[in-house]
Design a protein around this ligand. Sequence first.
Ligand code: GLA
Length: 727
Amino acid sequence: MGITCQNGCFKLDAKNTSYLFSVIEDGYLAHVYFGKKIPDQNADYLLRLNEHPLPPPQGDRDRAVFLDHIPLEYPCMGIGDFREPCLQVLDKDGMSACDIRYVSHTIEKGKHKLPGLPATFGSENDCTTLTIHCADTHLNLEVQLLYTVFEDLDVITRSVRVVNHAKDAVTLRRVLSACVDFDGSGYDMITLHGAWARERHIIRTPVTPGTHAASSMRGESSHQDNPFLALLSRNATEDTGEVYGFNFVYSGNFLAQAEGCPYDKTRVVMGIHPQDFGWLLEEGESFVAPEVVMVYSDEGIGKMTRTFHDLYRNHLIRGEYKDKKRPILINNWEATYFDFDTDKLISIAREAAKSGIEMLVMDDGWFGNRNSDNCALGDWVVNEDKIKGGLKHLVDEVNKLGLKFGIWFEPEMISPDSDLYRAHPDWCIHIPGRQRTLCREQLVLDLSRKEVRDYVYDSVSKILSSANIEYVKWDMNRQLTDVGSASLPASRQRELWHRYVLGVYDLMERLVTDFPHLLLENCSGGGARFDPGMLYYSPQIWCSDDTDAMERLRIQHGTSMVYPVSAIGAHVSDVPNHTVGRVTPFATRGNVALSGTFGYELDITHIPQDDRDLIPQQVATYHKYNDLIRTGDLYRIGDLCRDSSYDCWSFVAKDKSEVLMTYVQVLGRANYQSRCVRLKGLQRDAVYVLEETGQEFSGAVLMQGGFPVTGVYGDFSSKLFHFVRKK
Ligand code: GLA
């Protein structure tokens, strides 16, 4: 059993992890331990309660000192813990304090769904769930703390359900999903930062006194910050030391924060960003906060990564493509932008078919009068001036060439210059009477409204049913501003941020349910919504609009910190690269895209013949290695933060029978010997054969001595090395 309770102490045991908390005096829930697995239940002495004793039950002296010192499992606002709280209300009297105490608990095998929300899933054999029922008796508010342990992984998930049992309504002002109070200070923190075209660069900083956060108030998880935070011991490396990863299964506003607290503690909190959040709970109503995934590693950052990958590949990603190789696609965006028609697309498909590419994706510009990005979003009617003969004709022709067909949508948006806007000017998110803020010349549909969602769903499903369409790229190209809804009362306007995200999830759930064979790829101006919430609906996400192979090293490296390589949308594009103007070899562009879903984003009818000639070879390489890349263990060997002149990573088969290593030389070096890189994760006592030369190496020596990389010459050059364990 992964969860036990003895004398008020709860012990959650995952593979190599224990997590303990206790009900202490007065029913407070105090956090005892999170780390490497321990055999004992009795560790409450770690709380050192005697150093700040609680006054007698009805006493009112110095309760604040006690509450501000002890590690709390789910801290509330306004009763004496002055660190970051998780729960804050506004009651009928205008008061914001709350105070929850333990009432009862249940332990069950398996895991419940979170209504309307994406979440990890597991069977009764995979996981155990603990529900702690707490109450604020003054407010008559019930707070359920939900914990699930995945017993074969080092994973614990958390979420929270709040139920109002009072006659009077209460407004929730913040409901964060998880808090962990770590003992001591002096930790480091890793977060993923960036902007459009340079998403998820790794940032490592010390957690000094005060708060340090990654967050989004953009209505989406964002290009700028990712809903991920790792707290790690200061000496932790890629392969050693203790690392605690936190990832929020949500796609809207979030807060991921580490706080160096005054009394030698470090608090990590994660949840929906409390800024501008409000949720009215009438009598009997409940609110569920999205899930936080917590991963513990005692073997550095790399092991945390591999645990996230295993969890997401097996217990988050769903559907037909969960465990399947994805079709190699060619997308026409960077090939044509808005300037295409049926003939152009068919010419691309014809050439692509010759090289073994498996799917054509028609990007933005096929509907309404959309010939640039300033109009027609919402008018999901095929533009037959461009798509001559209609969509079915185009799809049939592409199918006849042996390719599948995919299509782009931006379902959440509305252009002011659209028939939809002219008919329904109040369907966008806006504040009546205030000038509407445009971004990329567009507004966001108010998906909190059922009639708006129904319109969007009908438009998309009508197109999908009109031809043999097997893939959708679901794009979202702006952030939320002027957050107001024409259909919500004033008392519920602050709910719109979250209601919008729930609306997106509702649409996606309908889509994957009604079209179970569809491959859905999420996208948001590149990678602004690369989060686990989206992975629940789409097994792959477009990683960045920056397709330059060198830029992608950092972007994919950072993305791989949490998200499986099988989900990272990566394409070979043309040069000079459209974003940075860099010229890199076609082979290197292929080798970098291989560590992702793999595909092309170029005009195959116009690229140099030498490049075109390489495509069949790259296609064959993809087919040869994709099973290993998709399902294997990722080991990062190079560290771009320490040495940006090269990158190197590898995929090791689960049974350690083979390893594929990718080496990319960013800049050539003069007058050095070859670089010796140490492989990781191999079987020490096995012999590995380098496929290219037949040379034999001991697993132990490859890992401890290394492998001298040769045959890589010049800037931006790269090479794959495949080692197979000798039978
Ligand atoms: C976004 C996407 C691109 C492309 C364009 C189309 O920027 O990230 O890949 O689909 O929209 O407008």
